[in-house]
Design a protein around this ligand. Structure first.
Ligand code: HEC
Length: 153
């Protein structure tokens, strides 16, 4: 009887452990993925900025980076949906405030997305001059969110 009870409680412990590690793995995937999305955003922002300064020998670079940034900005919010605060082992600089103040985070992300769309249309219709005029506001939209929702790193 005692042996059976012990075995049952051990089985329960093993199962709880498995559930915990599955949750941790899921949180790690969510953190890894959103960092990748941010890296793509960062890479396109850097490419865009170089193209605007005339440092890239490719006439399509400006428009392509502007479009890629606009495509990625529209999927960034979804990459943060999973609340990973205190979960998993993957290194993260995301603050727990993202999930406790989600409407504010969503507002910052939408402002960024709108500005990225605006810059992409400006680049398509008015080229470097028009796109350049939207850059400061775009950079500010990154900073606003990082100031509020990202740990100093
Ligand atoms: C609405 C919020 C928000 C906006 C807007 C935003 N970011 Fe981020 N960004 C974050 C958060 C939160 C992290 C931390 C993610 C983590 O470590 O889990 C991050 C991380 C990053 C990283 C580091 C990724 C890594 O490898 O750890 C880069 C680079 C980055 N952002 C660039 C940008 C750029 C460039 C813009 C604007 C063009 C931008 N971000 C706009 C919230 C935002």
């Amino acid at each position: 009887m005692l042996k059976k009870a012990m075995m049952l409680s051990m089985a329960a412990m093993v199962m709880t452990g498995a559930v915990h590690s599955a949750q941790a793995a899921e949180a790690d995937d969510a953190v890894t993925y959103r960092k990748e999305v941010m890296k793509i955003i960062g890479g396109n922002m850097a490419g865009l900025s170089m193209a605007l300064k005339g440092k890239i020998d490719d006439p399509k670079a400006l428009q392509t980076h502007a479009e890629m940034l606009a495509r990625t900005s529209s999927m960034a919010l979804g990459a943060f949906k999973e609340n990973t605060a205190g979960k998993g082992r993957e290194r993260t600089t995301a603050k727990a405030d993202i999930w406790s103040k989600w409407p504010e985070f969503e507002k910052d992300m939408k402002a960024f997305d709108q500005q990225a769309q605006k810059l992409a249309s400006a680049a398509a219709s008015g080229g470097a001059k028009a796109a350049g005029a939207e850059m400061a506001a775009l950079g500010k939209s990154c900073k606003t969110c990082h100031d509020d929702f990202r740990e100093k790193h």
